[in-house]
Each structure stands twice: as structure tokens, then as C-alpha cells.
Design a binder for this molecule. Sequence first.
Ligand SMILES: [Zn+2]
Length: 63
Amino acid sequence: MVARKTTTARRTTKKTTAPAPCPTCGGTGEITTEVRVGRGRRKTGHHQTGLCPDCFGSGLAST
Ligand SMILES: [Zn+2]
């Protein structure tokens, strides 16, 4: 009797040293800021996307 081959699929967990995403924008490179208008900076409820000031759009945390 032939011994059965164990076909256990082993997942190779390669640890890729991925750069940490920017904590400010979460890796998207963009941040959403609420639009404020007028004196007193009244909130309009609208949101606009802007470039992340920390990573400058790269989405990666700068060291
Ligand atoms: Zn960022």
C-alpha cells in the first residue's frame, strides 16, 4: 500500500516589509476636510478632499 501524499497546502507567508501607511490619511494620500465658510467658520456640511500634509499624497508615513 502506497503511503498517501499529504497535500496540505502550505501558505508561504512572506513578510513583505511594506511601508507603514500614513496615520493622518490612512494611506490614501488624501484627507477630507469640512468646508467652512464665513465669519465664525460656519460648517456647510460639505467635504472636500485635500492633499495630505503629512505624506504629501504618497500615503506612506514619512520617517
Ligand atoms: Zn498622509
